[in-house]
Ligand binder design. Structure first.
Ligand code: AGP
Length: 626
């Protein structure tokens, strides 16, 4: 949560920083702020609660002549400590107004640090955990010692290292100092930070999206590392000041991938990109009878020995895990438990070195999932990460990695990364089945071919979603919507409900249809929309028949039935007020088509209700706090 950007170079910093912030606004959007160094000992700071437009307005009013300076930092906030107000917005300053600090994460020991500062007579002006860093840094810089003899560039880095060593928790911190206008210092622990290396200019940011317009050459920072950037380049050390060799990489996508491409919202573009996201995730994965992952620090014997699988993830990624269970158990006969990452480590799950923990996260930085990974590794389990962000913390701490290649997903609601995750979990199931010998190479090949056929079928669904948009406008004023499914239709129902909650702020629940009569049926009232994800009448006739009964049960009680059913399934027609068609698919792959109309439904209802589809209230794209 929180987006961070810093720039030192030959161009004016302010427009670059503001552009970067706009690209990072998906990470948090309840306030924003900037600091620009003018190079003559001056520093301009402006910050405002609300969206970046509020900051733009404040800058135009307070600085009509613009702000000059080639070094600047900026922050867009998702509040943790203190309400989203002007005062709590970042940057935070020390008492003299010399040091400006922006922060992503939570400083867990901020209370004793704050007490220590207050005892020393420092007056803190915000309720944030971040402000302590500005004062601690000022103290470290001001205290003459062997470690900080003079106010040179190295002092700032040395002081910053000393402060970081005192901090507990998660942080990306970026610091500018008005007496050191040629540099910015940044450090990270458990929160992301990348460096962008241009010609005569250097960036730091939480995500490459902030600078990809200017350079695709990037460097990822490791845990507990500090970087000092100047226009000429960067220096990375650990928190003791030892030089560290950082890992450079080239960003493989360009600015166009991170822009809306004619769509009013990123999410709508990302829904359209789903066939490509799945196709790219599958590209080159089946070679000579085996499934190829991106990073394999597990040998064949270790995979063969796996006797239990846990899938850990949050939100939509968790739903992809629920779907994965069906395929992995079916192909490998290894039991699979799917658990919300936030619950996993607190209940002492039974893990050992023959347990494979599959951690699914589009961002790769979700704190709950990261901590679940760490717990699993402490217990000697093997961890395989499925992630959409190269080099993020979760893949870095895992034994094997399979990257979904969905490209940048800006809309807060996951869509294309979800479908890519489903495809990726199938690859993991096939890799495991091949290693354990529960499937021969040619059988793996056949399953892979079925997966490869899916992008075309997803595109077919996207081609016929217009009636879903009309339906959405029709039910946009409903108070609640229920989603029902059986077997693989159940996680799809959960995902449909989550999308509607987060985007349209409507009460929405997903249930296994068989549970209906055990309680939820009491919720049915006149005209309540109930979405039913049907099973295939060919492949699952028994489930199909039971779902038909469930539809009749809710319809008899006044519900408006919206049914997602296979093309050609006419038995359902008399019971559906609205029928949404999807092409026939193999059962295990059906979520790849049945989820799509539900994404469109939620986005369209949110638009009809006048909400911001990309930035739903109270949410952020990546949740880096527990
Ligand atoms: C999905 O629409 C949500 N915004 C959210 O549930 C998300 O899937 C969850 O927070 C996990 O994020 P991750 O995939 O980055 O770990």
């Amino acid at each position: 949560m929180c987006g961070i950007v810093g720039y030192v170079g030959h161009q004016q910093a302010l427009p670059l920083v503001l552009d970067g912030l706009r690209r990072l606004e998906y990470r948090g959007y309840d306030s924003s702020g900037i600091a620009v160094l003018d190079g003559r000992g001056g520093m301009v700071v402006e910050k405002r609660a609300g969206r970046i437009e509020n900051l733009d307005k404040a800058l135009a009013t307070d600085h009509p002549g613009g702000i000059t300076g080639t070094t600047g930092i900026g922050h867009t906030r998702w509040a943790t400590h203190g309400a989203p107000t002007d005062r709590n917005a970042h940057p935070h300053l020390d008492t003299a107004g010399a040091v400006a600090v922006i922060h992503n994460g939570i400083i867990e020991n901020f209370a004793p640090l704050r007490a220590e500062l207050e005892q020393a007579g420092v007056e803190l002006r915000s309720e944030t955990d971040t402000e302590v860093v500005a004062h601690l840094l000022a103290a470290a810089l001001g205290a003459p010692s062997a470690a900080a003899p003079a106010r040179g560039g190295a002092d700032l880095a040395t002081a910053m290292r000393a402060v970081c060593r005192r901090l507990h928790g998660a942080f990306t911190l970026v610091v500018a100092h008005r007496d050191h206008p040629d540099r910015i210092v940044a450090a990270r622990r458990n929160s992301p930070l990348v460096v962008g290396v241009g010609a005569g200019e250097t960036f730091v940011a939480s995500d490459v999206a902030a600078f990809v317009e200017h350079t695709r050459e990037a460097v990822e920072l490791g845990q507990d590392q500090l970087v000092e950037i100047t226009a000429a380049g960067y220096t990375v050390t650990d928190l003791d000041g030892e030089p560290v060799e950082a890992k450079p990489f080239t960003v493989t996508w360009d600015l166009a991938a991170a822009e809306k491409g004619g769509h009013p919202y990123f999410m709508l573009k990302e829904i359209e990109e789903q066939p490509a996201a799945v196709a790219d995730t599958l590209l080159g994965r089946y070679v000579n009878g085996r499934i190829v992952l991106d990073e394999e620090r597990l040998d064949a014997q270790e995979l063969r020995d796996v006797d239990k699988v846990f899938v850990v993830a949050c939100g939509t990624a968790y739903h992809s895990g629920l779907i994965a269970k069906y395929a992995i158990e079916h192909w490998t006969r290894v039991p699979v438990e799917v658990e919300m990452a936030s619950e996993f480590r607190y209940r002492d799950p039974v893990l050992d070195r023959d347990t494979l923990v599959v951690a699914i996260s589009q961002s790769g930085e979700t704190a709950d999932t990261l901590e679940a990974v760490r717990h699993a590794r402490d217990q000697k389990a093997r961890v395989l990460a499925i992630c959409n962000t190269n080099g993020a913390q979760i893949p870095r701490e895992s034994d094997a990695v399979l990257y979904t290649r969905a490209g940048p997903e800006i809309g807060v609601a996951s869509t294309k990364t979800f479908l890519a995750q489903v495809a990726a979990t199938h690859l993991v199931g096939l890799a495991l089945a091949a290693a354990k010998g529960t499937k021969y190479g040619d059988e793996v090949g056949r399953e892979f071919a079925a997966l490869e056929a899916m992008p075309e079928l997803i595109a077919r669904v996207l081609g016929v979603v217009e009636p879903v948009r009309e339906l959405a406008r029709d039910i946009a004023d409903a108070k609640a919507v229920l989603f029902l499914g059986r077997h693989l239709g159940y996680p799809v129902a959960l995902e449909g409900a989550l999308k509607l909650k987060e985007l349209a702020y409507m009460h929405a629940e997903g249930f296994p249809a068989g549970e209906l009569k055990h309680g939820p049926i009491a919720l049915i009232e006149d005209r309540l929309p109930v979405v039913v994800v049907m099973a295939s009448p060919r492949a699952r006739p028994v489930l199909h028949a039971k779902l038909l009964s469930n539809i009749q049960e809710v319809r008899a009680r006044g519900a408006r039935t919206i049914v997602i059913a296979e093309e050609g399934d006419d038995t359902v027609r008399p019971y559906a007020h609205h029928l949404i068609r999807v092409p026939p698919t193999p059962t295990l792959l059906s979520p790849l088509v049945t989820t799509v109309p539900l994404q469109v439904l939620a986005a369209e209802i949110a638009q009809s209700r006048g909400y911001d589809v990309d930035k739903p209230r109270n949410l952020a794209k990546s949740v880096t706090v527990e």
